[in-house]
Design a protein around this ligand. Structure first.
Ligand SMILES: Nc1nc2c(c(=O)[nH]1)N(C=O)[C@@H](CNc1ccc(C(=O)N[C@@H](CCC(=O)O)C(=O)O)cc1)CN2
Ligand SMILES: Nc1ncnc2c1ncn2[C@@H]1O[C@H](COP(=O)(O)OP(=O)(O)OP(=O)(O)O)[C@@H](O)[C@H]1O
Length: 280
């Protein structure tokens, strides 16, 4: 196929997906689900992998800007927002009704929105002593290698976590009885909620992570699994301090970047996708 015709065809496909694909139609950017555009030779690999120099530079600059803003963010304000965000999550119907979730274990040094209260609540509810309550499955990240490979492993106790080389708490691959921990990708039951970290977010669902690609790879993999299994897609909910919510034209999105359905900040929940508008 001639290059110009190929371009027109690609534009048509992209335009169709932007208006017809239910999970991504809300995002007016170049973020098209990877599997829809990764044809035999369309588009060129460099574009498909989204690593154009300009994009990389823009992402790096924005990461530095947000890191600086987080550094000067006052501890009192941070604590107030941590309390408000966790309160919003813990009291929301979509969290209360959740049967299984993947959440990050917040790291103080990275100045991430605190998840300790949420994690404690989920673990408390899955404790045998609280057998009357709804038991939620909790999966948390474990970095396996530097090739953007992260697994989400099930924990049932806060003691299941140990600090890794980056000083982030993560589960050991085996539990106290030397049994392999359940991996959410191999689980027979779906999760319905992801609580996501990141550096910057906008009101259209764009998300900028720390640059490892760990979450983008994982989220895409889980999306494919849910489609294969005919499970409902989990809600992707980002937790953000006020200084992490940026204007709409600042976060560049490429085909591998996965948008979020909603953002929770201290000011409230911002539902973005049709799924979020329906469920939140
Ligand atoms: N709490 C938490 N757990 C997580 C993640 C996360 O973002 N937060 N991850 C999500 O991927 C994975 C780990 N990836 C990470 C990627 C970068 C850094 C980090 O320390 N970044 C420094 C800059 C390092 C550098 O570029 O020299 C930073 O962002 O300040 C940490 C974890 C899995 N677990
Ligand atoms: N599904 C994928 N398949 C292959 N490579 C990917 C995929 N998703 C992201 N990557 C690659 O990972 C690298 C980091 O991507 P990016 O800068 O978007 O990460 P991030 O969103 O900041 O990090 P994270 O996803 O961990 O929060 C890039 O080189 C990107 O092309």
């Amino acid at each position: 196929m001639r290059a110009d015709r190929r371009g027109v065809l690609l534009k048509k496909v992209v335009s169709f997906l932007m208006t017809h694909h239910p999970r991504h139609a809300f995002l007016p950017s170049s973020a098209v689900p990877f599997r829809f555009v990764a044809g035999a030779s369309d588009p060129p690999a460099a574009v498909a992998m989204g690593e154009a120099a300009g994009v990389l530079q823009k992402k790096r600059a924005l990461r530095s800007q947000i890191r600086r803003a987080l550094k000067v963010f006052s501890p009192a304000q941070r604590e107030q927002e941590d309390v408000a965000i966790q309160h919003l999550v813990l009291n929301s119907p979509w969290f209360k009704s959740s049967k299984g979730l993947c959440a990050y274990i917040s790291c103080e040094a990275l100045r991430e929105v605190d998840t300790s209260k949420i994690v404690a609540e989920v673990l408390k509810n899955s404790d045998a002593e609280h057998g009357m309550k709804v038991k939620k499955m909790l999966y948390v990240p474990r970095v396996e290698d530097k090739n953007s490979h992260m697994r989400m492993l099930r924990i049932s106790n806060i003691e299941d976590l140990v600090a890794n080389s980056m000083d982030i708490l993560e589960p050991s691959p085996v539990d106290a009885d030397q049994n392999e921990r359940a991996d959410v990708i191999l689980a027979t039951q779906p999760v319905d909620l992801f609580l996501l970290p990141g550096l910057a977010f906008d009101r259209h669902g764009r998300r900028l992570g720390r640059g490892g690609g760990y979450y983008d790879v994982f989220l895409r993999k889980y999306e494919e699994l849910a489609n294969q299994q005919k499970w409902k897609q989990p809600l992707r909910v980002a937790l953000a301090y006020s200084v992490q919510i940026v204007d709409d034209d600042l976060i560049p999105m490429t085909v591998t970047d996965v948008p979020v359905d909603a953002v929770v900040s201290a000011d409230g929940v911002i539902p973005i996708s049709p799924a979020a508008l329906e469920r939140m």
